[in-house]
Design a protein around this ligand. Sequence first.
Ligand code: S3P
Length: 425
Amino acid sequence: MEITKINGISGEITVPGDKSISHRGVMFGAISQGITELTGFLDGADCRSTISCFRKMGIEIKQDNDHVIIYGKGLHGLSSPTDILDVGNSGTTTRLMSGILAGSNFTSTVNGDASIQTRPMKRIITPLSMMGADIKSLRGNDCAPLQINGGHLHPIHYDSPVASAQVKSAVLLAGLYCDGVTSVTEPVLSRNHTELMLSGFGAEVTSQGTTASVVGLPQLQGQKIFVPGDISSAAYFIAAALIAPNAELTIRNVNCNPTRDGILKVAEAMGGNIKYENKRIVSGEEVCDLVVKSSSLQGTTVGGDIIPTLIDEIPMIAVMAAYANGTTIIKDAAELKVKESNRIDSVVMNLQAMGVDVTATDDGMVIHGGQPLHGAHIITKSDHRIAMAFAIAGLIATGITTFDDPNCVVISYPSFYETLSNICH
Ligand code: S3P
């Protein structure tokens, strides 16, 4: 895979289904009664890991590309897996599924790839243990492999120290197995797909400010869900059209849930030309079409409550900041250090390799933009979002941009390079 400078971008695209919603559709379908049908499912490696784990627990799941049918067996219908539940690279699978396993009456072991085995799990071990789960990190380092001996939970109110939808969701899902109300308060509101989708399946969920609550032991009923395009995948093409010359790109069917749309707000604050069309609600989620044109961008400050709404888009925002005139400060984003790679390090190292004046900070980075970028060999750390963000950087850099592991995009966007080459000229 080699990326070189382009002359322009044009066309109309859709991006694959939302990763967060695809995972949840499979999990919630598995623990509901009857059939759940997902259209627009993200057929990427992470969501396939979720399907494979629930198949190992006796759930029949038929998959034909982006169309998935789940034959749910109800809240207590999962069976004890005979094998390790392999989550691959997926933090969402690990943390959300642990909430369900904590409530299920069997012992299971959850493990994944080298990256997963370094990601912090204490953030779910603590609240799930408070609810009565017997859950341990087998190597004693608060990471996977995890052994979960589930059942007999009681409801809690949990004050989460981190704004994390994965932590919130793990507790709410365990709360489904409790007699009573389980609630979670987070410091800043994180993505709310669990709350929206669980109530679609029939659970009693309430949200007030940064607190979400669920009433336990519901009768969940299978649903038909249309999964919208993932804004985290659209982000690469939004940025490409903003920073490339002669660009006009339409991206249809993008999830623009306000707990996910920080990239759009930052792009606008930087002076980006983005139009929203056909705003609508699909399967409980806000969806729109976006028309993006070449723009001259200015540096900005990104920090505070907006961070959870754009956490996965920060590598892309950093590249936009390198193109923009002036200084961009990204702060309050220490969570970047515990993603698929340490994304402060991987972004700063690769921007520097392309000639950008950038400094890492404890909770983000400072980027002095507006100078020309040159091609480089990108060290992805096998992190899909690093590969994609720097593929976009390569479109405006002189020379050639190459990657140590271009294929890692299969985690969330298997057809990424194909879509990119179709719109670039
Ligand atoms: C996700 C939540 C976020 C995000 C991840 C997907 C989810 O993680 O980074 O890619 O689907 O709930 P945290 O909740 O750990 O911030």
